[in-house]
Write a protein that binds this ligand. Structure first.
Ligand SMILES: [Zn+2]
Ligand SMILES: [Zn+2]
Length: 238
């Protein structure tokens, strides 16, 4: 099992056949963007070995937001590696297992219909975990030679996207936007706390320069990816 190479030094880990993506940045000590669903730690460790690294080479895990498909294997991965955890201060209490995992947006009809099913399969609370670093908007993290945290609230209040200024800029959008079936779009309404804020966050991302965009859900957008964000924002305004 090998992770998929996105660009030199970036690998996609497709959890549950691509339901959700996490990304390994292999530039010096390893870093991970997000940590998949619960029960996937072994998959991540296999992927790390497959690129010729050891579990203890994983030094940082930068979380985009507290949802369980992005934080599910965080606690066992931290236990198995040297990793320090980075998360926005507003999403830290849920990620730390201090606050219960919130339900879907009550305004969303699909959320109302599907919530009883989701409730059965998702944990009420994440396992207790020490968060090493609570991050703020615009912070430059000492990860992979510098990784910029961009606060993109809406999907959750503490959602963060990350910009790596290599290869013409690589944006890790998390769930601030989706790229399902090759179409750039809003994150799923059922799981988005505040759609209006989510729209503003996509606008914020569209002002950045990046050639590649990686998403929590959907395929990688390569080549002038920021232009696709700008077109989407223009379309939204019409
Ligand atoms: Zn999410
Ligand atoms: Zn997600």
């Amino acid at each position: 099992m090998a992770p998929e190479k996105v660009l030199p030094g970036i690998y996609a880990v497709k959890v549950r056949r691509g339901y959700v993506n996490a990304f390994i940045i292999a530039d010096g000590p390893l870093a991970l963007i997000d940590s998949g669903l619960p029960g996937q730690a072994r998959v991540f460790l296999k992927h790390i070995r497959a690129i010729g690294a050891r579990p203890e080479d994983l030094q940082n895990i930068a979380i985009t937001h507290h949802h369980v498909d992005h934080t599910g294997s965080l606690a066992p991965l931290v236990a198995a590696t040297q990793a320090q955890v980075w998360v926005h201060s507003l999403d830290a209490p849920v990620t730390r297992g201090e606050k219960p995992v919130p339900g879907p947006n009550p305004k969303s009809i699909s959320g109302k219909v599907l919530w009883p099913v989701i409730k059965r399969i998702s944990p009420r609370q994440l396992p207790a975990l020490k968060i090493d670093h609570e991050i703020a908007d615009g912070q430059d993290l000492p990860i992979a030679g510098g990784l910029k945290a961009v606060h993109t609230p809406g999907h959750t209040a503490g959602h963060v996207s990350y910009l790596w200024p290599r290869h013409g800029g690589v944006l890790f959008a998390g769930d601030a936007a989706g790229h399902m079936f090759g179409r750039l779009g809003m994150p799923l309404g059922m799981f988005t706390e505040d759609m209006e804020q989510a729209r503003l966050s996509i606008r914020k991302l569209a002002t950045l320069e990046f050639d590649t965009a990686c998403f929590g859900h959907g395929g990688v957008l390569k080549g002038r990816a920021h232009a696709a964000f700008r077109r989407y924002v223009e379309k939204m305004a019409r």
